[in-house]
Design a binder for this molecule. Structure first.
Ligand code: SF4
Length: 342
């Protein structure tokens, strides 16, 4: 990135103790069907017993390789796909129990920014119409006030009022992502889930969009779940970071703690891939052997044991659970837990 991203690990801006989003034991399994009668012969466990909280005004980074379940988790939380099980609460409201009408109202409070800014915009609508649509659906303004609000939102994301009458193909990738952000902001959400919002953009544009999101989150005091496959991207924007592997969270702690004292061998491998100019942060690159196993055929024991450089016998047979190993630092690994007696 050519532009410096703003750092979030600033003790002068503590986040609230109040929980906004509570995710408990969320599962999303996709059935595998075979044969003439399409019998269910197994399940792809895309998200498997995931729990975490997001506080008011907090940025939680959610990181893992492609296919680890991050996007499925985001869509399940927002009920863009239906869950297999678990609970999601937004400010005390049980999202998974809402009927269609209440869920439509809930969408005003929780918004998503998609990875592919082009694919997420309607090519037949102007930028102005797309942003206005969100305002009108939720009856947030009428008549001239809608246009005024659209102009304000475009300005907020760094686009001129003239952008209103242009179509998605007339914008660059970074500008299209700004329109996606303006559309998400149009309804005044309390929570935004940004699903890899910079990974489809040129490296030179990524820092601009990251800084824009960081500014908006701070100024509007929203909560943000920022999804990325690269720990380097979420470092500067996140208050806390959760690392996912094969549908489960394997480590979660304050951003500053994770980058200085990562514990899980998978997190350490991801960390070693971040280029750094700081000699203290530079470590030998840990190259993981093999590919990520299929979520349709998760290995027994610790799901990471087939690639872990520190694997022990117990890892092949017993599943570690996510446990607090120090204040606010949770890890799922037998290196930090009492081994089961045989
Ligand atoms: Fe590695 Fe074992 Fe820890 Fe899993 S439980 S991460 S295999 S050491």
């Amino acid at each position: 990135m050519t532009e410096t991203t703003q750092t979030r690990n600033d003790p002068s801006r503590p986040t609230s103790d109040e929980v906004l989003l509570r995710v408990r034991d969320v599962r999303k399994y996709f059935p595998i069907r075979r044969g003439f009668f399409s019998r269910v012969v197994g399940h792809v466990k895309a998200v498997d017993h995931v729990s975490f909280d997001v506080h008011k005004g907090e940025v939680l980074g959610l990181v893992g390789e492609s296919g680890c379940g991050k996007t499925t988790l985001a869509r399940t939380i927002l009920r863009l796909i239906e869950p297999t099980g678990g609970q999601v609460n937004l400010d005390g409201v049980s999202v998974f129990d809402l009927g269609a009408a209440d869920m439509r109202k809930m969408r005003k409070r929780m918004q998503i920014i998609f990875q592919d800014p082009y694919g997420s915009l309607n090519p037949r609508l102007t930028a102005g119409s797309m942003i206005a649509e969100a305002i009108q659906i939720h009856k947030l303004a009428r008549g001239d006030a809608v246009r005024q609000r659209v102009v304000e939102l475009l300005d907020r994301v760094g686009l001129p009022a003239a952008a209103m009458s242009r179509y998605p193909h007339e914008f660059s990738g970074g500008q299209r992502q700004r329109i996606g952000i303006a559309r998400a902001l149009a309804v005044g959400p309390e929570l935004i889930i940004a699903d890899e919002p910079v990974s489809a953009l040129d490296v030179s544009i990524q820092a601009q969009i990251l800084n824009l999101l960081a500014d908006l989150q701070r100024d509007l005091e929203m909560s943000l779940v920022f999804i990325a496959h690269d720990l380097g991207v979420v470092e500067h924007i996140s208050d806390r970071v959760a690392v996912m592997y094969l549908g489960k969270i394997v480590e979660m702690t304050a951003s500053s703690m994770l980058y200085e004292h990562a514990k899980h061998p998978y997190t350490k491998a991801l960390m070693s891939a971040i280029p750094s100019l700081d000699p203290k942060r530079r470590s030998e690159r840990i190259v993981l052997k093999g590919d990520v196993p299929s979520p349709a055929d998760v290995p027994p024991g610790c799901p990471f044991h087939t690639r872990c450089p520190e694997v022990m016998d117990v890892c092949r047979t017993h599943v570690p659970v996510l446990k607090e190993v120090s204040a606010g630092h949770q890890v799922s690994c037998w290196l930090y837990d009492e081994k089961p007696s045989r």
